[in-house]
Design a protein around this ligand. Sequence first.
Ligand code: GLV
Length: 326
Amino acid sequence: MGDKVFKVYVTRRIPEAGLELLRKSCDVEVNPEDRPLTRAELLEKVKGRDGIITLLTDRVDAEVLDAAAGAKGFANCAVGFDNLDIAAATARKMPLSNTPGVLTLAAAEMAWALLFAAGRRVVESDKAMRSGGWQGWGPLQFIGGDVSGKTLGVVGAGRIGAAMAMMSKGFGMKVLYADDAPNPRLEAELGARHVGLAELLKDSDYVSLHVPLTPVTRHLIDAEALALMKPTAYLINTARGPVVDEAALVKALKERRIAGAALDVYEFEPRLAPGLAELDNAVLTAHTASATRSSRDGMALKAAENLLAMMSGARPPDCLNPEIYK
Ligand code: GLV
């Protein structure tokens, strides 16, 4: 074993793949408890480290960056980075990174799992089976939405949104997408149409959200947006909770203004908006879109690789603030 040159802190246990790589050249301390650090713990634990691996449940802002003064970087073990204050890090010349690419298919697949779960009422009928009250097959039971040949609306056609849209090929769906930028591949391979959000909401049978959380996308799906959707349509959110006004969604679901929703992310995680858990037309999962073996290993490895690059003074492969190297 060579000298351990870098001191690294990992805010919560991540898959061994990443920890093993770090341990080759670093003194690695990992939060021993399977829970997010408290704010006070985070501020304390980042002190005197060369690098820190954070998770999406850690808020990395000016105060944390200052507590970590002297560190060479923060590697977020997530593709989303709304928990990081990039401007504050850039002002301090502190590199930040995320983990794009390794969870694209897992996240897209989860959107499909949710689409089917909501459309075909999988959870609702599972509950009926377990409750012991099921009397046998019935011609009017659990009638849900069709998928094949229907219209899929993808909001945000980046890596994950585009992958989700491509997977619709097997179901022969019409695809609409809303994004600032056109996606020529989706248009060429799927005949997808680039439309405005209002048109997408009006015409889609399934609306799947894939935008990052930014000040512009916060509450992108609010009461007004929900009112544009068909009463037979479903909303799927595997992006970030605050993209949807959750209280407005609960109201729309309660009033059957839309047919259903399937959510993997929540506006105030881990809390749910009042009333959401009681709705039988909502499918709720525990922010697990990237939770496959290969994705989580890939994320841990990528975070470790980015952090090792930062600590050796190199620009990390997935730098979120490359301007600091200019
Ligand atoms: C998960 O939500 C991620 O951003 O990686």
